[in-house]
Write a protein that binds this ligand. Structure first.
Ligand code: NAP
Length: 352
């Protein structure tokens, strides 16, 4: 892909997915206006400066918090494209889901898009949404009567009390389309990834992507995993999709980014094949009744979540993303490189 240089705002540039987006933009010679909450936090921005030093593009850092209504104006000045990735991706460790997830996601999207409305140079916005905006619980697929979820589907089952992260994503995406539909100057394209894996350019991210793989290797799931499936995709494909959505004038509306739906046990099997049995990767499924009894005691899951997700298959139609130009790599490569990095970064103890 080769484009005339653009000036691109990337919100949440310190994040796991955004790191790869910034890398690809800089490698293509674009100017990146990167917003972070704390530009003085060397640990979370050092990798961005290293990427910029090695690439032909230019990096400029700006400070912006999602909840600050005017924080994005300065960073957006002179930009053609806005990529809005910033949003909390946490699944536990909070007491007020509205404050921790929903308000930053929805109000943050509104603040960014209202800044776009004030910035005449911006012609396109790419929003990092999620399959969480397509569906809420795995059982939603069976209830839809379809064999695969598509971009025509919307999550109508999540609330602030049930699957608050999913609710934050669908509420934010709906807000984005509402603001987009009230004007005609800029276009909106959304990228809707499944669970993202693959090597991270930063060890500072708190993304739940990184934590779930760590649990696979540190023995927390040794006694068995729930029969839980989800859509999986490599972080590099997600980043590439943002560039395709930004620079391909034919890109429109929503793109599901899922390579394949995999169960947790299938992921554990890939990891065992790659790294051997010295690591305590789970070898069996925990019976649903056990998950139902113990899940809410051991982790941040509710019985409602378990009954609507465990044992229910999910499946996605990724044909729109492939038509856009996304080429999905084998997931063995994704998990091998991601777990290797967790070992190299000391996130999982090396064994064997
Ligand atoms: P991440 O590494 O935690 O990135 C999230 C980013 O959002 C961070 O840069 C964080 O900034 C920023 N952020 C959070 N709250 C903020 C606030 N109040 N003000 C400003 N910035 C704020 O997670 P990620 O996995 O890369 O997620 C990036 C995006 O992809 C999110 O929109 C997420 O919903 C979406 N997504 C992720 C996955 C996945 O599996 N990872 C799947 C589908 C969609 P700090 O560095 O300052 O904390």
């Amino acid at each position: 892909m080769s484009q005339p240089p653009s000036t691109v705002l990337v919100t949440g540039a310190s994040g796991y997915i955004a790191g790869w987006i910034v890398k690809y933009l800089l490698e293509e010679g674009h100017t990146v206006h990167a917003t972070v909450r704390d530009p003085n936090n060397k640990k979370s921005i050092a990798h961005l400066e290293t990427l910029a030093a090695a690439a032909s593009g230019t990096l400029k850092l700006f400070k912006a918090d999602l909840l600050d209504a005017n924080a994005f104006d300065a960073a957006m000045t002179g930009c053609d494209i806005v990529m809005h990735t910033a949003s909390p991706f946490i699944i536990d460790g909070f007491t007020d889901a509205n404050e921790a997830l929903v308000r930053p996601a929805v109000e943050g999207t509104r603040n960014v898009l209202e800044a776009v409305n004030r910035c005449p140079t911006v012609t396109r916005v790419v929003l990092t949404s999620s399959v969480a905006s397509i569906f809420g619980d795995n059982i939603d697929l069976a209830r839809s009567g379809k064999s695969a979820l598509t971009e025509a589907d919307w999550n109508t089952t999540s609330t602030v009390d049930h699957n608050p992260y999913q609710f934050s994503k669908v509420a934010a995406e709906r807000e984005a389309w509402k603001i987009h539909d009230q004007q005609s100057r800029w276009e909106l394209v959304t990228i809707n990834p499944g669970m993202v894996y693959g090597p991270s350019l930063t060890s500072a991210s708190k993304s739940a992507s990184i934590d779930t793989l760590r649990q696979m290797g540190d023995g927390r799931l040794r006694t068995g995993v729930p029969d839980l499936s989800y859509g999986v995709v490599d972080v590099r494909e997600v980043a590439q999709a943002h560039l395709l959505a930004a620079f391909n004038p034919d890109a429109t509306h929503r793109y599901i980014l899922v390579n394949q739906a995999l169960s947790m046990l299938a992921i554990a099997k890939i990891l065992r094949n790659e790294f051997g049995s010295a690591y305590p990767f789970p070898k069996m499924r925990a019976p649903k009744i056990v998950v139902w009894a113990l899940g809410p005691i051991l982790g941040p899951v509710t019985r409602k979540f378990i009954s609507r997700n465990v044992g229910h298959k999910v499946n996605f139609d990724n044909s729109r993303s492939r038509a856009l130009g996304v080429q999905y790599r084998p997931l063995e490569e994704t998990f091998r490189e991601h777990f290797q990095q967790a070992l190299d970064d000391g996130l999982v103890r090396r064994r064997g």
